[in-house]
Design a protein around this ligand. Structure first.
Ligand code: GUN
Length: 293
């Protein structure tokens, strides 16, 4: 078994982006600028957004964090989005989700200009991805594709099983893996909570991509010998033996599955760092390729 080391790969990607920023500066170009909108103060969202700002600093991007109160009206939030759409200094921006319940997330994503939608969550971006047109692919599926690409994992003609059908991971993952591209060209089966024979389908996977949000859901008996296993899940599980009081657990039971597979992503240190690196890649793309999107 070999680890698909997302932490190491993400550091490589960040070093490549930092070199590109040096080149942009040297030719007097515009430094990529990412803005993040954080509504309210959900603990996990605070952590994610802080990490995104740190990543920008690390590669030499400009970043702006816009903090808004939890009770902000939808109209006022849409006003902020409109300003970001019009601000020529902002190359791309994200609105961290989840949003407070009184705000319609779809309305918010619809308001983001497609050429600045570095999260790739907006309907126009998802539609363009489905059609194989230039666009932003959301960070987690893009990070998984990049990891498979950099480890030269053969996907063409393989059976890829995606577990989970969320809008931001499972669904786009299934589309990307079936596309005529490399990685891609796989025969894809998407399984979900209503799939009666999920175990047998998983057992037939050459590539198993799991994004279901249930700790240790995939056990060794569900995995074919030699399969490539990508674990997108990351759940905090209480653990009194840790100073933090919790540990991070993936959707795959790593200890048993690692004995059976050819490649596997660890949690943490697998898909998570790749997601963060992908947002930086998208922001660089927003600055350099805007006219094409
Ligand atoms: N919440 C959890 N992950 C993400 C993400 O990648 N983007 C945004 N905007 N919100 C999130």
């Amino acid at each position: 078994m070999q680890l698909l080391d997302g932490k190491y790969t993400a550091e490589q990607i960040k070093a490549e982006i930092a070199e590109e920023v040096v080149r942009i500066k040297a030719r007097g170009g515009k430094i990529p600028h990412l803005a993040a909108v954080l509504v309210g103060n959900d603990g996990a969202s605070e952590t994610y957004v802080a990490a995104k700002v740190t990543d920008c600093k690390q590669v030499g991007f400009d970043s702006t964090l816009i903090r808004l109160p939890a009770d902000i009206s939808e109209e006022t939030l849409l006003g902020h989005i409109d300003q970001l759409n019009r601000n020529p200094d902002i190359d791309g921006f994200i609105v961290q989700v989840p949003l407070p319940e009184h705000i319609d997330e779809t309305r918010v994503t619809l308001a983001i200009a497609p050429e600045k939608d570095v999260d790739g969550f907006a309907p126009a971006s998802v539609g363009r991805m489905c059609l194989g047109l230039p666009t932003f692919i959301s960070a987690t599926p893009n990070g998984v594709m990049e990891l498979l690409r950099r480890y030269n994992i053969e996907t063409s003609g393989k059976h890829c099983v995606v577990v989970g059908r969320s809008n931001i991971v499972g669904t786009p993952m299934s589309i990307l893996m079936s596309r005529n591209s490399n990685p891609g060209n796989a025969t894809v089966t998407l399984v979900h909570s209503r799939t009666p024979n999920m175990v047998e389908i998983c057992q037939s996977a050459d590539i198993l991509i799991v994004a279901i949000g249930k700790p240790d859901f995939i056990t060794a008996d569900m995995v074919k010998q030699g399969a490539v296993v990508v674990d997108v899940g990351i759940t905090r599980v209480n653990d009194s033996s840790r100073a933090s009081g919790f540990r991070l657990v993936g959707d795959v039971h790593f200890e048993s599955v690692k004995e059976k597979c050819s490649f596997i992503t660890p949690v943490p240190g697998g898909v998570g760092p790749m997601t963060r690196a992908s947002l930086l890649q998208n922001t660089l793309k927003a600055q350099t390729l805007r006219p094409q999107i």
